[in-house]
Design a protein around this ligand. Structure first.
Ligand SMILES: NC(=O)c1ccc[n+]([C@@H]2O[C@H](COP(=O)([O-])OP(=O)(O)OC[C@H]3O[C@@H](n4cnc5c(N)ncnc54)[C@H](OP(=O)(O)O)[C@@H]3O)[C@@H](O)[C@H]2O)c1
Length: 330
């Protein structure tokens, strides 16, 4: 039996900074509100968003999440896969013992801990076919890839799609999802990450250090950019007139500029420009559950760490040493 205030282990931070500011500490179990589900976390993962919030940089994230001088979120970690330990009085979808997974980023984060509490709308039932470790890598990265391709990109079977940043957590799901949507997929990544991206089913894997994609003759229906470190103008020559460019991730400066001016550029050019702002939701997690259960997508897990090794995992992610996802198993 668990009680509010019982101790649990969590990764906490009281100041912004490098992974050294992350400490494994004993904190109190969260309170379970009426609509809350308390989950015993079996697995989580690290995402680019975790290290932005750990550093409080770019400054924009402090404005978005509060905590101008010091972090407002004591324990980061968006992705969660685990077992329901307790439910609030008004919860209808889950009961203790259920295996669930979800994205806690709209519920105060907290995945880097032994327990996390979030509204029931955060979670869905985990498919039996996948492990907790695999499920813990899915919510943020795969929902981002899904919404970028389907909702912003309106991806169609037979289209030729370019995934930039194909080796990232988001990109590795985007490659597989674009294939599942029936597209011809070309993937851009760094040299050493090419074999894994090829294994994910990309029709062509291109090393951006060797090939300037804009000097090739292929014309794309959709460019999904998870590593936008070059201007959108760079890509217009390889985007069909009726094509769509979707900015998903990369430089925050480019993201903000395109949020401000993307509409104007779209009016001046035939191509469509979109900036994704992911919206976690149960319906999209359920779409992913079907694809995972059918084996149509599979998390690309590069390595696995324990809770106390979260700082190592975030450091490696920041240093671009990871292909796909790191699973944190608790
Ligand atoms: N729009 C949204 O709502 C939304 C939601 C979630 C995530 N995102 C964004 O999507 C992006 C991918 O997220 P993620 O968690 O999948 O990232 P990640 O796993 O950390 O992958 C980042 C990868 O991008 C590539 N890259 C190319 N140029 C880079 C550069 N100059 N600096 C750093 N990385 C570079 C690297 O792969 P190579 O070695 O192959 O170059 C790197 O491994 C991030 O920018 C994240 O903020 C956006």
């Amino acid at each position: 039996m668990l009680f509010k205030g019982d101790p649990m282990k969590a990764i906490v931070q009281t100041v912004y900074g490098s992974p050294d500011v992350l400490q494994l500490a004993e904190v109190s179990l969260p309170r379970v509100p009426d609509n809350g589900v308390l989950v015993k976390v079996h697995a989580t993962s690290v995402n680019a968003g975790d290290w932005y919030l750990m550093r409080g940089s770019p400054f924009f994230v402090r404005l978005m999440f509060g905590g101008l001088r010091k972090p407002k979120i004591p324990t980061l970690g968006m992705d969660v896969a685990g077992t329901v330990a307790a439910v609030g009085r008004s919860v209808t979808q889950f009961k203790p013992g259920d295996a669930v997974f979800g994205d806690t980023s709209e519920a105060g984060f907290g995945g880097f801990a032994e327990y996390v509490c979030a509204p029931e709308s955060t979670f869905v039932h985990k498919p039996n076919q996948i492990s907790f470790a695999a499920a813990g890598t899915v919510p943020v990265a795969a929902v981002t890839a899904l919404q970028g391709l389907r909702d912003c990109g309106h991806i169609q079977p037979g289209q030729t799609v370019l995934i930039n940043g194909a080796s990232s957590g988001v990109g590795t799901f985007a490659v597989q999802l674009a294939k599942a949507f029936g597209a011809e997929v070309h993937a851009l990544c760094s040299t050493e990450k090419m074999p894994i991206v090829r294994q994910l089913g990309a029709d062509q894997v291109i090393d951006y250090r060797q090939t300037d994609i804009t000097q090739t003759s292929v014309q794309y229906d959709l460019i999904f950019d998870a590593a936008a470190y070059r201007s959108v103008f760079h890509y217009f020559s390889i985007l069909k007139p009726q094509g769509t460019y979707v900015l998903v991730g990369g430089s925050i400066g480019r993201l903000l500029r395109l949020m401000l001016f993307g509409g104007l550029i779209s009016r001046l050019r035939p191509q469509t420009i979109k900036v994704l702002s992911v919206k976690p939701n149960q319906a999209d997690l359920l779409v992913l559950c079907d694809l995972l259960a059918a084996g149509k997508i599979k998390p690309a897990i590069d390595r696995t760490y324990s809770l106390s090794e979260v700082p190592i995992a975030i450091r490696e992610l920041e240093q671009r040493q990871v292909t796909g996802k790191i699973a944190i198993v608790i």
